[in-house]
Design a protein around this ligand. Structure first.
Ligand code: FMN
Length: 299
């Protein structure tokens, strides 16, 4: 019997809508990016609509676009992903909460503990979009004169992933015995110290947070380059893709799947989520009219 396959739906809203004209659409909530009441309602609506995940992008700087273009954009600023998703975790029950976190401008200990915390808070709904941050302006916000080279960023990302997942495994699932009789809270034999020393990172561990509810939060990636695809094939459970044609999408899928096979990973262990801009209307004509109106609102 063929196993039942199910479509996965993720919402990429940044955090309200990706369309530059959206905030000018009649009836739109212009301040929704920083209005938690709206964001909460949107996330709850996505959950009712059976979406699997709500995704928060993060670029660690204002997008490097000409200011004349940028001044029209409502996506120019948005919440820090963990803060928003921690709040949304308390307003939702089932939807996955995917935060972007950078392997170039952050430390694995910070990332491991933030995701472990989000996973506990949300009862096992956290996901990590592993990015290496291509935006050169981000370097200037972290005391650096220039950005790291692309391949160097990916080499660090691969080691970074090993450290974060190693830290998540610091405590065995049954480490906390909490035995009131003996007064033993945890079993030291079930605590593992990472002692990582690699080319880019040195992290002793252990993490001072219990193992995440999922074990490891869901690993998401969106690499398009050679090292980006390789990182995805080695580590990711979800890949965001953005291709203009079906042929390009199929080529990408075959390439990532081929890499997984060579690594001994099963294709079902990774879902590729191609990006689509969705406009909802009662009829196709109405949806087309909404799209045309939205496009007319972009300068
Ligand atoms: C749907 C989608 C979402 C992305 N979100 C982010 C993000 O939030 N932050 C970021 O720095 N890069 C983001 N990226 C960029 C990717 O991480 C990646 O750098 C890009 O696809 C180019 O691939 P490469 O890094 O392999 O060259 C996103 C890409 C896609 C397709």
């Amino acid at each position: 019997m063929t196993p039942q396959r199910q479509l996965k739906l993720g919402a990429f809203m940044r955090p309200v809508s990706i369309h530059t004209g959206a905030w000018r659409y009649p009836g739109a909530f212009k301040d929704a990016n920083f209005n938690f009441a709206h964001l909460k309602r949107f996330a709850q609506t996505l959950e009712r609509a059976k979406f699997d995940a709500f995704f928060m992008a993060d670029h660690l700087a204002v997008l490097n676009m000409p200011i004349d273009a940028l001044k029209h954009s409502h996506t120019v600023t948005s919440f820090e992903p963990f803060t928003l998703l921690a709040a949304l975790s308390q307003a939702t029950e089932r939807i996955g909460l995917v935060a972007t976190a950078s392997t170039t401008f952050d430390e694995p200990f910070h990332i491991a503990r933030r995701f472990a915390s989000l996973d506990h808070l949300s009862n096992g709904r956290a996901g990590w979009n592993v990015v290496t941050t291509a935006n050169p302006d981000a370097a200037l916000n972290f005391g650096l004169e220039q950005a790291f080279a692309h391949d160097e960023r990916y080499a660090r990302a691969r080691e970074f992933y090993d450290v974060v997942t190693g830290l998540w495994d610091s405590w065995a699932d049954d480490a906390f015995v909490r035995d009131t009789e003996s007064g033993i809270f945890f079993d030291p034999a079930r605590l593992h110290t990472l002692n990582h020393k690699g080319k880019y990172l040195s992290v002793k561990g252990p993490l001072h947070i219990a193992r995440p509810v999922q074990g490891w939060p869901v690993i998401v990636q969106a690499g398009a380059s050679e090292p980006g695809r390789q990182l995805a094939a080695e580590t990711a459970e979800v890949v965001f893709a953005a291709h203009g044609t079906l042929e390009e999408g199929q080529k990408f899928y075959a390439d990532v799947e081929g890499r997984m096979q060579r690594l001994g990973r099963h294709r079902d262990h990774l879902k590729i989520l191609p990006g689509a801009f969705v406009v909802v209307g009662d009829t196709v004509e109405e949806a087309r009219a909404i799209r045309a109106k939205l496009d007319s609102l972009v300068h």
